[in-house]
Design a protein around this ligand. Structure first.
Ligand SMILES: [Ca+2]
Ligand SMILES: [Ca+2]
Length: 78
């Protein structure tokens, strides 16, 4: 029983690591209301992005367009 629980934890860790991979980080997935911009609220679930939101928003319109998003992804090494 305990062994199966541990196996499940290991599997969950592997899956969450895979999800943190840059391959799965897509502008379209973060832009949940599909207005072609990432708002502060949409960035919230992604910790590093919400922390860097102000830095990423180079034109200070409180949204990240695709260009701003790609710039911060590259400069963050994500
Ligand atoms: Ca949006
Ligand atoms: Ca902006």
């Amino acid at each position: 029983m305990h062994k199966y629980f541990l196996a499940g934890v290991v599997l969950a860790l592997m899956v969450s690591t895979a999800h943190a991979n840059k391959v799965t980080l897509k502008f379209e997935d973060i832009d949940t209301n599909d207005d072609k911009a990432i708002s502060v609220e949409e960035a919230l679930p992604i910790q590093w992005l919400s922390e860097k939101f102000e830095e990423a928003d180079s034109n200070k319109d409180a949204k990240l367009d695709k260009g701003e998003f790609e710039t911060i992804v590259k400069s963050s090494g994500m």
